[in-house]
Design a binder for this molecule. Structure first.
Ligand SMILES: [Ca+2]
Ligand SMILES: [Ca+2]
Ligand SMILES: [Ca+2]
Length: 133
């Protein structure tokens, strides 16, 4: 009983590792960058901490918000339109981080509260990476 569940667990582990490795090289590169506690997954806190730093780097005129031109390469106009909840045509840090939060939840397809390399390599995962990396 004990050993059969051990084997089942190993199989499950392999089943998860193999596609993660082959499916998403870009996901694992992003994972290495965002996974600050090196547990192999990205938590929402890690994603938000990275996004916080990215926001500061994007805000080149240091006015506390990022506009479409500052967001070039991280979604630009479309990202502003999508996440600008107070409709002032810029994203403040609260709007930016809540965007990370909602994209993170959308990308976390197994709903375990973390993103692994496979989830980060997905289309939705790329949106998290773009906001945070
Ligand atoms: Ca700005
Ligand atoms: Ca705004
Ligand atoms: Ca997950």
């Amino acid at each position: 009983m004990r050993s059969s569940s051990f084997f089942a667990a190993s199989f499950l582990g392999l089943g998860l590792l193999v596609p993660a490795a082959s499916f998403a090289a870009s996901g694992s590169a992003a994972l290495q960058h965002l996974d600050s506690d090196h547990d192999g997954t990205v938590s929402v806190d890690e994603a938000k901490a990275a996004a916080d730093a990215k926001f500061t780097a994007l805000d080149t005129d240091h006015d506390g918000t990022v506009d479409a031109s500052e967001l070039k390469g991280a979604g630009g106009k479309a990202a502003v339109a999508k996440y600008d909840t107070d409709n002032d045509r810029t994203l403040d840090k609260t709007e930016y981080l809540s965007a990370v939060d909602s994209q993170f939840k959308a990308a976390d397809t197994d709903a375990d509260g973390t993103l692994d390399a496979r989830e980060l390599g997905s289309k939705t995962g790329h949106k998290v990476v773009r906001l945070a990396n």
